[in-house]
Design a protein. Sequence first.
Length: 120
Amino acid sequence: MNKKTLVMGASLKPNRYSNYAIQRLVAKAIDVVAFGMKEGEVSGIKVSSELLNYEEVHTVTLYLNSKRQKEYYDYIVSLSPKRVIFNPGTENPEFYDILKANNIEFEAACTLVLLSTNQY
């Protein structure tokens, strides 16, 4: 099963964890879509600065701190993902409650570690 993943907070800078995540997801042949502040491309994946209505998103992996997440709560919930991953530094109990209320699984984990240990 392909776990189509939306990388929220994608960076075009090659030394950012969100950029590494896109590279590793692509290397594992996982469908990737990405949202960031600046449009561009990472490993052949277009980073959009617009909130697009993606279909069949399995996982949203967050690279936005809790304050920056607030404006995206409704958008993320509207995508009806199976899970949301809160990478280190993005933990957000307020958003956990919203996800629980919408029957969306979540975990505080590192996408890169999950990928490298085949737990993704």
